[in-house]
Design a protein around this ligand. Structure first.
Ligand code: DX5
Ligand code: ZN
Length: 216
């Protein structure tokens, strides 16, 4: 299992140091939650902050766009140093155009679905993306409870990709900690995002290690 700590739960006044801390603690990716106050009822960080903290690690930046018009901002996040960009299929931008734009910048593309969006929504894009992100909470805030009932969706997407011989990674995001990660692992999740589960843990490196070994 790969682990992508979400900076949403870090100390925003020390973001650079927090990134160095989780890099040393064994993180595989850095998950950055971008919210515009329209697509979700919260506002977080944008390209300027991402660019400012980019030099603090060599780990890939996994940028999760929770914004109404992702296509309009791909260049900005590419310039800021994103390695993976995921955007919501519930957003206003055309999915194929957005995927093509992300790839044209040499960045890995992924699609995200909210809890009420069915697995089938991602099927038309499975042969075009590097990753599918399945939300296991309603997007907008950290610290919510894991929705166990999203796990059949993970298995269905995994199964569909395997049937079609496609190599697509499945990422799960929301409410993942030592208490919930095992069911994500069982369902076939490849990458877990964890905000409070890592940053609010007594020992972040132990928390990351536990998540990493959840599929062993
Ligand atoms: C929610 C964000 C998540 C969030 C996860 O909209 O996409 O990445 O930070 O936080 P936890 O792990 O605390 O649920
Ligand atoms: Zn996220």
């Amino acid at each position: 299992m790969k682990v992508a700590p979400s900076l949403l739960s870090c100390d925003f006044a020390k973001m650079g140091e927090e990134i160095m801390m989780i890099d040393k603690a064994g993180a595989d990716l850095i998950h950055l939650d971008v919210m515009d106050g329209h697509f979700v009822p919260n506002i977080t960080i944008g390209p300027a902050i991402i660019k400012a903290v980019r030099p603090y690690t060599d780990l890939p930046f996994d940028v999760h766009l929770m914004i109404d018009y992702p296509l309009d901002y791909i260049d900005a996040f590419a310039d800021a140093g994103a390695d993976i960009i995921t955007f919501h299929l519930e957003s206003m931008s055309d999915p194929c155009m957005t995927i093509d734009k992300i790839k044209s910048r040499g960045i890995k593309a992924g699609v995200v679905i909210k809890p009420n969006t069915p697995a089938q929504a991602v099927y038309p894009y499975l042969d075009k993306v590097y990753m599918v992100l399945v939300m296991t909470v309603e997007p907008g805030f950290g610290g919510q409870s894991f929705m166990e009932d999203m796990m059949p969706k993970v298995s269905a997407i995994k199964h569909e990709a395997e049937q079609r011989g496609l190599d697509v990674l499945i990422e799960a995001d929301g409410g993942i900690s030592d208490k919930t990660v095992l069911s994500a692992a069982k369902a076939g999740v490849d990458i877990v995002v964890s905000g409070t589960g890592v940053f609010k843990a007594e020992d972040p490196s132990k928390a990351i290690e536990f998540l990493k070994n959840s599929d062993k």
